[in-house]
Design a protein around this ligand. Structure first.
Ligand code: ADP
Ligand code: TRP
Length: 322
């Protein structure tokens, strides 16, 4: 049983990425026979068009994931482009990918709806994603809800290839990540790089505190009791609080007579200690780039071994290897 997922290195990870995705991937490691996680730099190239930026983002993503608990003993961590077989498989799948199917995919469709011109990379993004998944005979793909459409495309492409050439690919299943972990940003909307409302996991504590102080709150007077459940500041606090801390904060909200400033300070304190160990691990890793290269090298070697086997199977089935 193999679980596989990828994450794009398009910027520093924020609390939404951590609680909504990364933490849940990491929880799955070691529980399955095999866990493969990769940094999707070929996908990121469709949006990050700066050499140094993309290279730096990729290393940062590796450091962040390892610092946050991805354990190379229990999971295989690699960079997408270190497995060139995936581009080859992408082509084999591309030859049977109906245009209409790709036209319906949301990344391309949304861009087009906004009157922007899309390139072939964005258009065929789901085919590369299908190759990522089929390349390793993946059974389970944990993803956010926004990616479910891409898993469906992957299954369609795999089934069409199997229909034409024999039972070559394993049809994967999506494991939809817990969406109750939808994290609000400092403006109360969904936290996202695109909305410029993020709190980064490894932001310097001082700068992070400043950002937390800027979280938008309503202007109800101090004395007035407030409903914690509908308050995004409380939601953010709950991400880090244990049950007792959360219950106590909820009671404080209901009693009234407190200021949001106090909640923000409590949130900053909790967040700082929550990520303190990871921050230290990240510093240690930053000081040991050879170790990080070694982890990614080992990961790529393990991934390529499986990739070579699957690619050969697909190539001989369709007649390009004989
Ligand atoms: P962004 O919206 O900042 O560009 P991505 O689309 O790169 O983030 O998201 C990477 C992963 O993190 C996805 O699996 C996504 O579901 C998850 N994620 C992103 N933002 C949030 C959020 N605010 N709450 C929960 N999960 C999130
Ligand atoms: N498209 C995914 C995202 O933006 C990242 C990704 C690329 C991926 N290839 C994948 C996720 C394969 C799961 C499996 O979040």
């Amino acid at each position: 049983m193999r679980v596989l997922s990828g994450i794009q290195p398009t910027g520093r990870f924020h609390w939404g990425n951590y609680f909504g995705a990364i933490r849940q991937y990491i929880d799955l490691q070691g529980k399955r026979e095999d866990a493969f996680y990769f940094i999707a730099n070929l996908h990121a190239l469709t949006t990050v068009r700066n050499r140094d930026q993309l290279a730096a983002n990729t290393v940062d993503a590796a450091l962040d994931l390892l610092a946050l608990g991805l354990d190379p003993e229990q999971a295989t961590l690699f960079v997408q482009s270190d497995v060139p077989e995936v581009s080859e498989l992408c082509w084999l799948l591309m030859t049977g990918a109906p245009l209409g199917l790709l036209e319906r995919c949301h990344a391309y469709k949304d861009k087009k709806a906004r009157g922007l011109t899309a390139d072939a990379g964005l258009f065929s993004y789901p085919v590369l994603m299908a190759a990522d998944i089929l390349m390793y005979d993946s059974d389970i793909v944990p993803v956010g809800e926004d990616q479910v459409q891409h898993i469906e495309v992957c299954r369609d492409l795999a089934a069409a290839f199997n229909h034409a050439f024999g039972e070559i690919f394993v049809l994967p299943k999506a494991k939809i990540l817990d969406t109750s972990a939808r994290v609000p940003g400092i403006d109360g909307e969904k936290m996202s790089k695109s909305y410029n409302n993020t709190l980064e996991v490894f932001e310097e504590p001082k700068a992070l505190r400043k950002k937390i102080m800027r979280i938008v709150t309503d202007s109800r007077p101090l004395e007035q009791p407030k409903d914690p459940e509908s308050d995004h500041l409380f939601l953010l606090y709950s991400l880090f609080a244990d049950d007792a801390q959360r219950d106590e904060m909820a009671a404080t909200y209901r009693r009234g007579g407190f200021g949001y400033g106090q909640v923000k300070k409590a949130l900053a304190d909790l967040a700082e200690s929550y990520f303190a160990e990871a921050r230290q691990r990240r510093r240690d890793l930053e000081g040991d780039p050879a170790r990080v290269r070694e982890i990614l090298g080992d990961g790529a070697a393990r991934a390529r071994k499986k990739a070579a086997e699957v690619l050969r199977r697909a190539q001989s089935a369709c007649g390009v290897k004989f």
